[in-house]
Design a binder for this molecule. Sequence first.
Ligand code: ADP
Length: 479
Amino acid sequence: MSWIEGGFQRKLIAAYLGLVLAIVVVAGMYLLVSTNGPRVSWPSLLIGGLLALAAAAILGSFFAHQVTRPIAEMTAVARRMAEGDFSRKMPAPSSDEIGHLGRTLNLMAGRLEDRLIELEGERAKGTAVLDSMVEGVVAVDGSNRILLINASACRLLDASSVAAAGRPFLEVIRNKEMLDLLDRTLTEGTFARQELRIFTPVQRVLQVHASPLKGRAQTAGAMLVLHDVTELRRLEMVRTEFVANVSHELRTPLTSIRGYLETLLEGGLADRKHARPFLEVIHKHTERLGRLVDDLMDLSNLELGKVALHRQPTVLAEVVRNATTIYGPQAAKQEIKLRAELPHDLPHVLADRDRLVQILINLLDNGLKFTSKGGTVRVSASLTHPTPNTLHPAVDFVEVAVHDTGIGIPSQDLPRITERFYRVDRARSRELGGTGLGLAIVKHLVKAHGGELAIESELNKGTTVRFTLPIAPLGKNLV
Ligand code: ADP
């Protein structure tokens, strides 16, 4: 059979020759009979002819099969390759043209498979880069169908990347303003930018940059890049409010000071009886201005991290005693009981003594300011053991609490009570000499010590402000 496998052309020639031979045999027999050759009978000629035809048919079909079988096999393998299955190879056993074609196709399939793996790798890299971006990215085609959407965009817009691909934009991202921006970019083919508010899954401010995706001739789609500027806008608002608040807080005492001074200058000085009270009011407002500026400076330094704490093992009971002694006369004057109830076996806390006094003074001051005659202001402390959720799981803390039986804080004001200048009753706080910065300072100081601040309050029942301080590594039982 080796001559048969020698070449595709030879197979074809063999099949062809087989047929020609059969035709020649049949034609020869026919001529022999038609010219009445000697001793040739019709039946024997017929049998001979049929045998020749059968032999030619067997030979022809054998060779034809030899030719078509590899082609049929190749077609099946090629179909599987087209479907992405490169596991089967083209049959290429012979050294003829078909075998050569099979080997060439195998080589081509191998390269194609390598290229596909490479492309898949590139695509995975592209997806990983897009998904690791903080900005959201959404690409749509010319008819507003989503081509791709990255993880950040899904998070910002509450969409799913798998479900989104190929679907109309508005079906996935229900935001008319964003769709209008896309439409504008698609029709005008130019870059556009817009800031817009979204409300689901949560309220956010997004700055959206839309740019056209250029095809061969025209705009083939558009891409949106979404920047979440919610926090930035909030901070801008806080800053604006802060500037407005500071201006207001400074203007109020200044207006009073100017008014009284003008009265004095316009002849009030001569009126001995009224001059002194006027000067006392001016003095009070000047003091207030001084306190305000001091508190502002303090807060600003704390926020900028400019305050260096000198933390050392500190006996809490001693600091509390110090602070309550300062407020003793005021409490007595207001007929309020001021008490410190600290256990005797408390460990040392790791704190900056002066700053700890400042925290306690602020809290005692508030307690006394907002508690009426007959009430109580009490300082207590206890050791707390770390729970798995605390910020410093390895350290024990001492929790200090300042309780009062005063007017309390309405529950709706509690979440914002430590914000700068936030006050339940602005006029009352000012009247009582407050700057509205005390709790903000306390919060920063506690945080700088590595502790946490929590405020509980019930209207007309009282308020408890708790803060934690880490215990000093070796201090124990030193009260
Ligand atoms: P202020 O200088 O006004 O006391 P703070 O920052 O210390 O400023 O407190 C802010 C506001 O919180 C106060 O104006 C008051 O409305 C409320 N507040 C603070 N402590 C208490 C308290 N112990 N009882 C009732 N309200 C309080």
